[in-house]
Design a protein around this ligand. Structure first.
Ligand SMILES: Cc1cc2nc3c(=O)[nH]c(=O)nc-3n(C[C@H](O)[C@H](O)[C@H](O)COP(=O)(O)OP(=O)(O)OC[C@H]3O[C@@H](n4cnc5c(N)ncnc54)[C@H](O)[C@@H]3O)c2cc1C
Length: 302
């Protein structure tokens, strides 16, 4: 999951700001030159949708700086020396409206607390606190009024990347399991000769290939610019891939018997990583909500 999240943050950044490599400074423009935002604490900007993040700031335009305050606890990953902050306010309506900001991680008022995770991964997860952080005038990414569109532009590739992460993990687990059951002999027969072991692994092979196919479909639709169809396919791919990964990891542990729990064979650790694919970047339940509502036309359930 961790890799997916790194790429996802990159993908959102890269999708909004082509390159995401420093060239963004030239492309980030405040909507009106000289107009900037100040965000202060306030209680009067609560959105009316119970399920949305509650804003705890309000915005008004002043000159020179942007100040961000009162973000809800939001796990984000600092990327090098900056991260993407998301504001949730609309000065006209008082309703929620995401905006994207590049926030230097050494900015005063910015604090990132590492979250101890059970996932073994090269990068860390953080809980981020943003308290009255002053940002330069051009910290806004893209357009203030298009924040949601910009955010959504990153969601499909994020889900496609998450699906790819899960199918990659699933293939790794299946490869390890297959190699083991070919090698391991009990009573003179490789244990892979028994259908009780072979069938679950064959099932995983089928589930992984199906998930990969849907991931490729989502990628093709995204590349073709069909965002609506890509959204449906990306959600389905991410769901199928996470399920395939969870099953493959579990079957790999089982195929290894007692060795499946040892560090030496390195498969038990896949369980948590595979499980994360069911939760992030979007939970399986929210995908089922999406499919129920958008693919089946059922009433919104949340
Ligand atoms: C490794 C990792 C990295 C992450 N990185 C980031 C990041 O970079 N940026 C970021 O913003 N977030 C990140 N997250 C957060 C992630 O997006 C959320 O954990 C995820 O979206 C689930 O939200 P939640 O944890 O608030 O769960 P909740 O919304 O509290 O849900 C808890 C459980 O209830 C279920 N549930 C909730 N509502 C419904 C419903 N209506 N119907 C049925 N079931 C429901 C959920 O599916 C879930 O199983 C990361 C999470 C992990 C694990």
């Amino acid at each position: 999951m961790a890799l997916g999240v790194v790429v996802a943050e990159r993908e959102i950044e890269g999708g909004v700001v082509p390159g995401g490599d420093g060239a963004e400074d030239e492309r980030r423009r405040p909507r009106q030159s000289g107009d900037d935002l100040v965000r202060d604490h306030g209680d009067d900007d609560q959105g009316d949708d119970e399920n949305e993040e509650k804003p705890v700031e309000k915005a008004r335009r002043v000159r020179s700086t942007r100040r961000l305050s009162g973000f809800p606890d939001l796990p984000v990953l600092p990327v090098e020396d900056r991260t993407i902050g998301r504001a949730f306010t609309d000065e006209k309506t008082g309703k929620l409206k995401p905006c994207l900001f590049v926030v230097p991680t050494d900015a005063e008022g910015f604090e990132a607390k590492s979250i101890p995770m059970e996932i073994v991964s090269p990068e860390l997860q953080f809980q981020v606190f943003i308290d009255d952080v002053r940002l330069p005038a051009d910290a806004l990414v893209g357009d203030e009024d298009a924040g949601l569109v910009q955010l959504f532009a990153g969601l499909n590739p994020e889900r496609i990347m998450a699906a790819s992460f899960s199918t990659g993990l699933a293939r790794y687990a299946l490869d390890k399991a297959t190699a083991y059951v070919k090698e391991r002999e009990v009573w003179g027969t490789p244990i892979g000769a028994h259908q009780g072991l072979a069938h679950p692994l064959a099932q995983s092979k089928i589930e992984i290939e199906l998930a990969r196919l849907m991931t490729q479909k989502a990628s093709a639709l995204y590349e073709a610019g069909d965002d609506m169809a890509a959204g449906e396919a990306a959600n389905m791919a991410k769901y199928a891939a996470a399920e395939a990964a969870c099953d493959a990891a579990d079957r790999a542990v089982q195929a290894h018997g007692g060795n499946g729990i040892t560090q030496e064979y390195g498969v038990a650790g896949l369980l948590v990583a595979a499980r994360a694919g069911r939760i992030a970047p979007v939970s399986r339940e929210m995908i089922l909500n999406f499919v129920g509502m958008h693919s089946l036309g059922l009433p919104k359930s949340y």
